[in-house]
Design a protein around this ligand. Sequence first.
Ligand code: ATR
Length: 281
Amino acid sequence: MGILGYPLGHSISPAFHTAAFHHYGLDTRYEAWQTPPEALAASVACLREVGYLGASVTLPHKVAVCDLVDELDPWAYAIGSVNTIVNQEGSLIGFNTDAYGFIESLRAEAEFEARGKSAVLIGAGGASRAAARGLAREGVASLVIANRTLSPPPALACELRDSVAEVLALRLVSSDLRDRLATADLIVNATSVGMQGGPSEGRSPLEEDTISPNCVVLDMVYIPETTPLLEMAGHSGARIVSGLPMLIYQGAAAFEHWTGKDAPIEVMFAAARRALADHVV
Ligand code: ATR
């Protein structure tokens, strides 16, 4: 078992998946498989061999893998990306558990139910797409997709028009965004802004004084666990959710696809926190 990505310096998936396998007394190995794009097809093909349960998939391969598996589950098909591959007797099935991880982390950490609510998603890439699909499925009433660039307008806004009453694409610098943020029930950072070691380390995608105290703010960045955005949101009294629970819950769903066993959530959280603290990242 392993995770396919490039580069993989930051991945804590081996730590928490290995802990989950050990919890069940399984000696399954789960490794970080550094896979440059030119090696992806061969690496995925290897997963068909007996003995492989499958693999996790992360950046930059989530879209390319769609074309390398034999079947896509409805979430992977709708989101257009795969984060989990299951080897079913030589046949590869691509799943996407990111939307589940996102919705479940909001539910578990902030008792947030999306039905009838308004949400602002910052970013319009793959992570934002998974969140948008999850929120649409849960019955969110209004979705604003705020992105640095709007050219071309995020295709996502168009796709969601039939399932969400109000969908709007705004530029991050738009003055309308301030009003939307002030009344939003949920604000999500689905960009890498604030990520340790990234080009926007130490920064927040939003300015001060834009977040209301009645809002839940989720940052998909999980290193550091409290990002500048979450710090700002915390100061304004909003409920905050770090990216770590989303990572664990998407991994938990993947574990269940591979093994058919209930994921040991607490064991996975503890292993992930140890890995973060030990700088095994
Ligand atoms: P992922 O699959 O993690 O979502 P992605 O598909 O590459 O990754 O999408 C990255 C998102 O983060 C995009 O919405 C990107 O904005 P652009 O479409 O304008 O490139 C956004 N993003 C990345 N760096 C950013 C920054 N410094 N400020 C604002 N948005 C940023």
